[in-house]
Design a protein around this ligand. Structure first.
Ligand code: FES
Ligand SMILES: [Fe+2]
Length: 419
């Protein structure tokens, strides 16, 4: 449970808010490279941490991420002409390069030097691991990219996608560090859908014992399921600051997620399936059918919105729910989104009743709150400046060790990234 004030603190991400400032200390993945392959192609509208921006790839292949509105009189640069190494506003022809510099101002006299005085807000970008990353924080000290294993593997060993979730970033993240829900939400009665309830072969334990270990990058938490043969099935999930999770799986591919705030009430969820060893068959990226999406305040962004969504109750089939699976919703990620979004855009955490299965969520929130407090006192987080901290794995392993710290010692190598 959080107080109303604390809840606001961890969910408000706009410029000047404490959480917004913390997010602005990190590189954040915002788009798939595959969405923006074409040089001089159409720009993409986005909102990140409450700021409306357009992304474009210029004639030289560089990616620009600049204010969605022209600094002249505010016309939408989405309609701009992407040409000759810059994005030209179609209203009066002012043109901006990827650094936000105004490189042409044809509506002013040739002798005018006004264009040198005008600059569009622009943020540095990087392209890495199949994604476009942005850094929106103080320019004096640029952080390192987090050396997540999924970003380091060869491109053919990963698939990436990006989907809109219509709720706060923290709700999404909390679902990813909540191992106990998978025994319910993702379970099935039908053996043909068994992959969603595979652990039942091994254990009847539906109330895992949770242990949390705080780390330099965030936290590792273990869900211990007692198996029928007296051993322990440990499911270790990682939370890496600020918004990454590595979900436990028994075999490759493993799922990594990033819950990047669009604004307080919308999240861009990037899911990466990767195989560090290169043996698994990866289902090719289904691609993304990008659509226009109008935010409640009227701004438009370009995102992939799943076919099953709030407006159609995620295509719930009550008959399917009676006979085949727990929810009546077919796809796992749709099941996750249904419960996450059903809490409302920002769940009121002052009304919760947290149980022992919520230990990881409690640990993560405490950590966030203490980082926010630190930052307000001028103490900078270390993780953004040490990308190697992110070089870890999740795991799902059988062990004789019943105690988490012992398990972590014995299985230290399993939890270390290799690529
Ligand atoms: S509003 Fe963009 S050039 Fe005038
Ligand atoms: Fe889930």
């Amino acid at each position: 449970m959080l107080s109303k004030e604390e809840n606001a603190l961890v969910t408000q991400v706009g410029p000047g808010t404490p959480m917004g400032e913390l997010f602005r200390r990190f590189w954040l993945p915002v788009l798939l490279s595959g969405e923006l392959l074409e040089r001089d192609g159409p720009p993409i509208r986005t909102r990140i941490l409450g700021e409306d921006l357009v992304v474009f790839r210029d004639s030289l292949g560089q990616v620009g991420l600049i204010d969605a509105h022209c600094p002249h009189r505010g016309a939408g640069l989405f309609f701009g002409r992407n040409e000759e190494a810059g994005l030209r506003c179609v209203y009066h022809g002012w043109k901006f390069d990827v650094t936000g510099a105004c490189v042409d101002m044809p509506s002013e006299p040739v002798e005018s030097n006004f264009k040198h005085k005008v600059k569009a807000t622009a943020y540095p970008t990087r392209e890495w691991g199949g994604l476009i990353w942005v850094y929106m924080g103080p320019s004096e000290r640029i952080p390192e990219l987090p050396q997540l294993e999924w970003a380091r593997v060869p491109a053919e060993q990963r698939t990436v996608n990006r989907v809109l979730v219509e709720s706060s970033w923290l709700q999404m993240l909390e679902g990813d560090i909540d191992t106990s829900h998978s025994m319910f939400l993702h379970s099935a009665m039908d053996p043909a859908l068994k992959q969603t309830s595979r652990r039942l072969d091994l254990t009847n334990d539906r109330s895992p014992r949770l242990s949390v270990q705080q780390t330099d990058y965030g936290l590792a938490y273990g869900g211990r399921y007692d198996t029928v043969d007296g051993r322990f099935d440990w499911r270790v999930t990682q939370w890496l600051m600020p918004c990454y999770t590595l979900i436990a799986n028994k075999s490759w591919p493993v799922l990594g997620r990033a819950a990047v705030p669009i604004d307080d009430e919308h999240t861009s969820v990037i899911s990466v399936r990767y195989d560090a060893e290169g043996g698994a068959r990866l289902t090719p990226d289904q691609g993304w059918s990008r659509t226009k999406y109008q935010l409640p305040d009227g701004a438009v962004i370009d995102v992939a919105r799943q076919e099953a969504n709030q407006s159609n109750d995620y295509l719930i089939d009550r008959d399917f729910q009676r006979t085949r699976n727990y929810t009546g919703i077919t796809r796992i990620f749709d099941q996750d989104r249904a419960v996450t979004e059903s809490m409302g855009p920002i769940v009121d955490r002052s009304k919760e009743h947290l149980g022992t299965s919520d230990l990881a969520i409690i640990g993560m929130r405490r950590r966030l709150l203490s980082m926010l407090q630190d930052l307000q006192q001028g103490i900078e987080p270390q993780a953004p400046f040490d990308g190697e901290l992110y070089h870890v794995r999740s795991c799902d392993a059988l062990s004789d060790e019943g105690e988490f710290t012992r398990f972590l010692e014995v299985h230290q190598e399993t939890l270390q990234a290799v690529v």
